[in-house]
Design a protein around this ligand. Structure first.
Ligand SMILES: Nc1c(NC[C@H](O)[C@H](O)[C@H](O)CO)[nH]c(=O)[nH]c1=O
Ligand SMILES: CC(=O)[C@@H](O)COP(=O)(O)O
Length: 153
C-alpha cells in the first residue's frame, strides 16, 4: 500500500489570498489568521499576495484570475456573509460557494473556501480568531496540504 504524505511545509510556495471587504471587521481578522499561519509554515512574506474585492460575490472572479495567472501554487478565498432581513444572504452564499468550487475543481491550483456564512456578527467574529478558531488559519493549513499532496500524484 502507498500512503501519500501529508505535509505542511510551505517553503518555496506562492499563495494568493482574495479577501472580501464587506464585514471587514471580520475579514481582516481572517486575513491576519491566514497570513500568520502561512508564515508559520515558512511561506515567505513576499510570496503572499493579497487581493481585496468588494464582497463575497466578487471572490470567484478574482480567484479565477489569480488561479489562471500561473503565479500561485494555491489560493485562499476569505469572506464573511452574515444573514440580513431578506433572501439576499441565500443567493450570496450559494453563488459564492458554487463559483469558488468551480474554480477549484476546474482550475489548475487548489482553492480554499474561507467564506464564513453566519446568522450573526458574533458567530462570525468567533470564527475569525475567537473561541471558534480562525477559518483563515484553517485555510492556510489546507492550501499547503493540498499543494503538497498534489505534487505527489
Ligand atoms: N451582504 C453581504 C455581501 N453582499 C454584497 C455582495 O457580496 C456583492 O458585493 C454585491 O451583491 C455586489 O455584487 N457580501 C459579503 O461579503 N457579505 C455580506 O454579508
Ligand atoms: C448577506 C447580505 O446580503 C445581507 O447583508 C443583506 O442584508 P438584507 O437582507 O437585510 O438586505
Amino acid at each position: 500500500m502507498t500512503e501519500l504524505e501529508n505535509s505542511r511545509n510551505g517553503a518555496g510556495l506562492s499563495i494568493g489570498i482574495a479577501v472580501a471587504q464587506f464585514n471587514e471587521i471580520v475579514t481582516a481578522r481572517l486575513q491576519e489568521g491566514a497570513v500568520a499561519q502561512l508564515r508559520k509554515y515558512s511561506v515567505a512574506n513576499d510570496a503572499i499576495t493579497v487581493a481585496h474585492v468588494p464582497g463575497a460575490m466578487e471572490l470567484p472572479r478574482i480567484v479565477k484570475q489569480l488561479a489562471d495567472s500561473g503565479h500561485f501554487d494555491g489560493i485562499i478565498a476569505l469572506g464573511a456573509v452574515i444573514r440580513g432581513e431578506t433572501s439576499h444572504y441565500d443567493y450570496v452564499c450559494a453563488e459564492t460557494a458554487s463559483g469558488l468550487a468551480e474554480v477549484s475543481l476546474h482550475g489548475s491550483v487548489p482553492v480554499m473556501f474561507g467564506v464564513l456564512t453566519t446568522d450573526t456578527l458574533d458567530q462570525a467574529i468567533s470564527r475569525a480568531g475567537g473561541k471558534g478558531g480562525n477559518k483563515g488559519a484553517d485555510c492556510a493549513d489546507g492550501v499547503i496540504e493540498m499543494i503538497n499532496l498534489e505534487k505527489q500524484i
